[in-house]
Design a protein. Structure first.
Length: 315
């Protein structure tokens, strides 16, 4: 859709500072239901209007959903991209209003691609997976403390570790219930877990953090995960290709899957050995295998096919 009106919103816990690039209008609204309704009325007709806001620790989720429900095209942009745009424009000062105006300018000059926002079920799955990562991190820290703790603290740390393990087990049960309760998620989960090396955590992470899986091309899904190699050439210098950006949680899950897949997945094991025989370092070979695995999974979901080594070799 061609856009004529570009809106930037600087989101905080309490306020929404809004700027309209093509009109020079600025206004502030409360970041609650009343404020969202007032914002929708203030913006007017949604046709041809592109609304861009930064991802700000979850405070943007509700207002983005409210605007999308009202018919607006909404993009939640990477804050790094907006900051770099501001620097390129020479904007060094920072206030909420200036930030909103710069986001609106970013929207007008770059016109980022509008993608469907996560629905309520997907947001719940994302929240559950984020909580699971937090519990795993806390468990790791407590176990590390236990190794050097004085005797007086051992009982306390042990009890806390036991409690965290129970919370993690309960959360895993909740995640399983969420996935089994959705016909679409259940099918995708079964397809993903049919691949040797892909377990429950990897499959659930992909469902929550990479909802585009199966709906885009192999190159696009690799770029979204931050696994697409980027050139580093200048003049006569030909640099090494590297990966950068993308979704770190997805890469972490795929890395753990690849550690297993190199041992038990014949297609990935062969690909890894071939890369190593060609002189690739362990890290480069593993990243290449992560990319290949992700492309295979993307093809499987797109074609609704379970794991087949013969087909996976052509992905």
């Amino acid at each position: 859709m061609s856009h004529q009106v570009f809106v930037g919103i600087d989101v905080s816990k309490a306020w929404l500072d809004v700027a309209v690039s093509s009109q020079g209008r600025c206004c502030r609204f409360a970041n609650d239901q009343v404020g969202w309704d007032e914002l929708v009325a203030w913006l007017g007709e949604p046709a041809g209007c592109l609304v861009v806001m930064e991802a700000t620790g979850g405070y943007q989720i509700a207002v983005a959903a409210a605007l999308a429900t009202a018919g607006f095209d909404v993009v939640v942009a990477n804050p790094r991209q907006v900051r770099e745009h501001a620097r390129s424009r020479g904007q060094l000062a920072k206030t909420d209003t200036l930030d909103a105006m710069m986001i609106a300018d970013f929207a007008q000059r770059n016109q980022p691609v509008v993608r469907p926002l996560p629905d309520e079920q997907t947001r719940l799955l994302q929240a559950l997976m984020a909580r699971r990562r937090q519990l795993v991190e806390m468990l790791t820290m407590e176990k590390n403390r236990l190794q050097q703790a004085p005797t007086a603290l051992v009982r306390q740390l042990t009890d806390h570790i036991t409690w965290l393990q129970k919370q993690l087990a309960d959360l895993d049960n909740d995640l399983g219930d969420q996935i089994r309760g959705s016909d679409l998620w259940r099918e995708k989960d079964e397809l993903l877990r049919s691949v040797p090396g892909v377990g429950d955590v990897t499959a659930r992470t992909l469902l929550a953090e990479l909802p585009e899986l199966g709906a885009v091309t192999g190159k696009q899904i690799a770029a979204l995960a931050g696994l697409a190699p980027l050139n580093r050439d200048s003049g006569k210098r030909q640099g090494h290709r590297t990966i950068w950006g993308g979704r770190a949680t997805v890469r972490s899950a795929l890395y753990m899957a690849i550690v297993s897949a190199i041992r038990c997945n014949p297609v990935i094991r062969l690909h890894y050995r071939q890369l190593r025989e060609r002189g690739k370092t362990t890290k480069v070979a593993m990243v290449a295998c992560m990319r290949k695995l992700l492309v295979i999974l993307n093809t499987m979901l797109k074609e609704h096919q379970a794991w087949q080594p013969r087909l996976a070799q052509t992905a």
